[in-house]
Design a protein around this ligand. Sequence first.
Ligand SMILES: [Zn+2]
Ligand SMILES: [Zn+2]
Length: 137
Amino acid sequence: MPDRLFGACLCGQFRWSAEGAPDFQGFCHCDHCRRLSGCGHTPFLGFAATKVHLEGRTSSYSDTAQNGGGIQRHFCPTCGSRAYAVPGSAPEVRIFYAGSIGAPDRFAPGFAIHTASAVAWDPAEPLLPSFPGAAPD
Ligand SMILES: [Zn+2]
Ligand SMILES: [Zn+2]
């Protein structure tokens, strides 16, 4: 039976699940992740949309990411939690946030991006490969 990860927003109205291991998982230190999270970085993980199941409603915001690309950011309209994001450059990808995983210890970050924007009070994890700008490809 394929492994599945399950996640939910704070109030439980929005739920997601995804099959198998994430295609990528890491930390983002960009300015937008700082404003969105209230923390210096965001732990994120990505899957192909075909492996993902979504339940519940979201509201969304069309953002221009720090690297200049469009990104559609979805939120729970009830509790405001970040739900998922869809990069304009990769509309077949769904990005989730590690804090929403029901078993959060299963998050295993492999890299850090936008470390040039990292703030002194939340520096990039020194043991991870880090990139000053956008994602490694
Ligand atoms: Zn919610
Ligand atoms: Zn970011």
